[in-house]
Every structure is written in structure tokens, then in C-alpha cells.
Write a protein that binds this ligand. Sequence first.
Ligand code: ADP
Ligand code: ASP
Ligand code: MG
Length: 420
Amino acid sequence: MALIVQKFGGSSVADPERIKRVAQRVVRAHRARHQVVVVVSALGDTTDELLQLASQVSRRRPPEREMDMLLATGEQVSAALLAMAIHALGDKAISFTGAQVGIVTDRAHTQARIQDISVQRIQQALAKGWVVIVTGFQGMTPDHDITTLGRGGSDLTAVALAKALNAKICEIYTDVEGVYTADPRIVPTARKLPTISYDEMLELASLGAQVMQARSMEMAKKYEVPLHIRSSFSRATGTIISKEVRAMEDLVVSGVSLQKDEAKVTICDVPDRPGIAATIFTRISDVNINVDMIVQNVSRTGLTDVSFTVSREDLAKVLRVARRVASEIKAGRVIHDDGIAKVSVVGLGMRSHSGIAAKMFQVLAKESVNIDMISTSEIKISCIIRKDQAVKAVRALHDGFGLNKLGLKPEAVKLARKKR
Ligand code: ADP
Ligand code: ASP
Ligand code: MG
């Protein structure tokens, strides 16, 4: 008997038929004498629909506390329906909200961070032989206000519960068979990876691979929570995410990702003197906006342009701050561009191989894709390019790094590469 956490995403519980199928899967695990804790997302596109509703009653940004009151309802519907479906199959199940099981967060509404989980109530129900269902994506502040954990936050609920309950495995059921070498919806030749490391999955998730929420991967990596990403529509083994993974063949890159929801802001003619960058980016972080890439050139005239990227939903807010700070430091105009995309290649093999950046730039050049900004870390290289060239770029990088050949024997991969 083991304690397992199973998380089902929105598409897995999109309608009553799918909820019944999920119930059957949960019951199968329960009758195999496992203690099962289930985390559910809202039905289908419910969260998007709730956001849409909010925008219809409040065109300006609605109060974030009320947004959380609204968004948290989606997961409550699926949790209750799943409990009913499990009852209908003859097993005992009880659903709880994040608040009811004591998922305590900070007060950062819509992006709250989990601070503490008291698992007592879950353990009591498990001890009675019940299946426990918990709403994903939400918690409560110490003063009992409901919070949500950022888009895709049910993954975080699942990982956090798996850690708190010391689960044997945290299974993430979704609409693809695992983690692929690229989003299979964009790259038809993408291959399923049997295993991937926390580091790589964290990078991929942070760089746009939606299959796991980036913040959930931070937690999974920190506490080494064993994860299995798999399909809720088949019984196939998916992708195991763990600390150590055997090097896959001779591939240095294990995935390509795409992020399309960023925008670039440029403050022109910024005086080049100590303290200016600190002023600009302190003002921006004061309003809780995360800056991604930053580019500043050496100036020859005493003035330089500073460009940075932010999430598109923060654009209006960051422009207001940037214009204010530009006038304060006597810089020039503030311009922006939301027609950009970020393509990235990720792989542990980059630690020990050189020439990956050069190869990436060659592949993009061959496709006549212009590079606007570049950033690198130990295991990733990202380029900002035009959004309308993004799909072409991702496909070219995927095949250019031989990821379409994955699954062949190493010799075959080498031979196939040489022929190019
Ligand atoms: P869920 O509703 O189950 O949480 P998501 O839509 O959040 O599912 O995540 C699954 C989606 O992630 C897939 O349908 C796929 O299009 C996308 N995706 C992006 N990159 C990858 C990748 N590298 N591997 C697998 N899926 C990916
Ligand atoms: N329902 C939430 C969202 O759509 C949380 C999740 O699905 O993980 O973002
Ligand atoms: Mg998701």
C-alpha cells in the first residue's frame, strides 16, 4: 500500500463522461489498496470563461481579492462532481477546498505562494479508507481569504501535497502522453521523453512548455518530489521526472520551447552612469513585475538604450512605471513591441558541450529568422525573434538538433546527422 497523488488537468475533467472515466481510474488505484489523494483542475476552459465574465462586469482590472473568490469556484465544481462519480462506483470519497485542508498562502492574490499545509484533515480521511479530492490552484491567507496560485496552479497544489504527505509518486494526468521534445501541437515530429531531470523540466516550463507550471517545478526540484507526467486518455507510461537521468543517446539538447506571451519595452537614451539600472529595475520590481531578459549596450555617447521583456499581461502596468522613471532620470522615449516570441533550447548536455549557441544561430539564420535578443544559462539558450516566425523557428530548431531522430539507436542518430 502506498500513498499516491493523482492530478487531473482541465481537459481530463472537461465533461461528465470524462469525469466518470477519471473516477474509474481513481477507483482502480484505490482498489489496488493505495491511499489516493486526487487534485483536480476546473472543467475544461472554465478558468478562461470566469476571467471573461470578470472582464464583462469590470473593464478595468477587477480587485484581485474578488478575482480569487471567482476563480476558485471552478475547481470546487470538479472536485464535488468527481467525489459524486466515485461514490456512484461504490467507493467512498470526500472533496475539500484548498482552504478546508489548510493550504495556507501569502496574501499575493492571483499569484499566491504556499507557506504551509496542515495535512491532518487529509490524513484522517485517508485513515478511514476514503479517497480524498482536493481543489487545485487555491489556498487561503492566514486571515481566511481565498487565494489562487497562478495559472496552471493545480500542478503546484499536487506537488505541494505530494511533498507534505510524503507521497510515493505524484502523477500528473494531462492531454498528452508525457513531456515531449517540443510542444506536440506545434512540432508534429516531437518525441516523448521517457525521463527528464528536474533542472531541464524547470527550464522548459519557465520558457513556455505549459505541460507543467514553472512554480510547481521549482517546488518539485527543491524537495525532489517524484513526478510522472502521463495521459489521462491512455494507460501508457509517460515521462518520469527525477533528479538523475541517464544521458539520452548523444543528444545535448533535450527540448525546444516557445513563449509567445512576452512583450519588449525599450527606454531610449538612458544616461549611462552608475545607479541608473538600479533605479529603473527597482521601480519595476516595486510593483511586483518580473523582468525576464535585459539588454543594455555599452554607450559611446553617454546615452544608451535599455531593453527588457516582461509578460504581456504586465505591459500596461510596466509602461506606466517606465514612463515615470524615464522622465525622472531624464531619459528619452519609452517604446514597446508585443510582436515578439522567445524560442529556447534546453539540455543538461550543454554543461559539457560547446557550440550549441553557434548551432542555434545557424539554424535560425538558415530560416532567415532575425535574432533580437539573446540570453543564456548553464543549460539553456533563448532568442527573442518575431512572433510570426516562431513556429517555423521551433520546428527548424527541433529537427536541427536531431530531436526528431530520438528513439533511434545512437549509431543511427550519428549517421543520420552526418548525412545532413
Ligand atoms: P492540463 O489542463 O492537463 O493542465 P495543460 O494544457 O496545462 O494541461 O498542459 C498540457 C499541454 O502542454 C499539452 O496539450 C501541450 O500542447 C502543451 N505542451 C507544451 N510543451 C510541451 C512539451 N514539451 N511536452 C508536452 N506538452 C507540451
Ligand atoms: N484552472 C486553473 C487554470 O486554468 C488551474 C489549473 O488548471 O492548473 O489555470
Ligand atoms: Mg496545466
